[in-house]
Design a protein around this ligand. Sequence first.
Ligand code: BLA
Length: 316
Amino acid sequence: HVGFYFEAIQHMSGSCGDLVSYKDEKLTNFDVVSEIKQHVDMHGGDDSCCALAVNKEKFRSIKTKDDETMLHGLSFSAPKIRLLRGLTIEGSQAMKVLDFAAFSKPEFDLPIFCANFFLNANLSIVVLDLNPLYDVTIQRDYKEKYYMKLMSLGQKYAELLPWGGKITSESLRFFSPIVIWSMLNSSKYKHDVLFSAFMDYFQTWLELMDQAVEETDALKILGNCEAQHKYLTWRAEKDPGHPILKRLIGEKRAKDLLRHFLFEGVDTLGTRTFLDYFPEYGCKDGSINQKRSIIGKSYETRPWDAKGKFIGNELG
Ligand code: BLA
């Protein structure tokens, strides 16, 4: 499977222009769709092949209010993957975005693949990670299981894509010891490095996925389901991209995109609400505090050492 997913994603990220260009190919999401259809036709009925479901038409290309910028969304599912989706925003020279994520089915406790690149003329904001399903500062066994053998991958880009500075403590909880969190001056060279990191991390996630063994313990499956739901609930409410999405396509369509495409599962994988998970955001009148962070920013430098030990100081 791995080779095929990899190819699909290369094309998908290729559609984000020079943000993550691939061999100068500029394929559109429609090319990807037809390619995947061909692949499925070729292997139709064979269980060992990934069964892909392409998402609803309405998210495939969305025109924005400024008539210049386009949003393109694509999503798939496969035997071990609940949702693999990517959103690209491009058009105006001023801004390019790739928001790409992959979630396993709850029978697997795989980390969540997360690539978020926001680029404007001067600045690139980068988050690339295998987001842990369980808080790695608390759940040591989860950290051992997935991250200890990946620490060299985390080190590989530590110099070229350096720590991006203080970050909200709330976000950090969702990051792993190998997270790439960076703010770069936009340049071709940096984007090549970024593309290479993206491929390395995605390849790693695919390998973990291939090796993953299905969980049969109902309680553990429920735990995985809830952990994914908590993550989705967080991002559907507090992701830093929301204000831009609302500005581009309006509040109603942005909400639809968030809940039914980007963080699909937020309304189905669990019943707890944002305030159930994050009661510290509760206002006296029962509404959700609009601030993105309650604790504030911290962690001036990478809060993990080369061995994956947490060395962060909340006050740092
Ligand atoms: C900034 N995006 C950020 C920052 C992070 C992330 C950590 C730095 C600002 C901060 O929060 O301190 C990304 N945060 C994440 C991710 C997780 C998290 C991936 O907690 C996962 C748990 N970003 C997008 C999209 C857009 C976008 C779709 O993904 C635009 C449509 C924009 N991200 C964006 C912008 C900023 C940003 C404009 C800088 C502005 C700001 O800090 O508010």
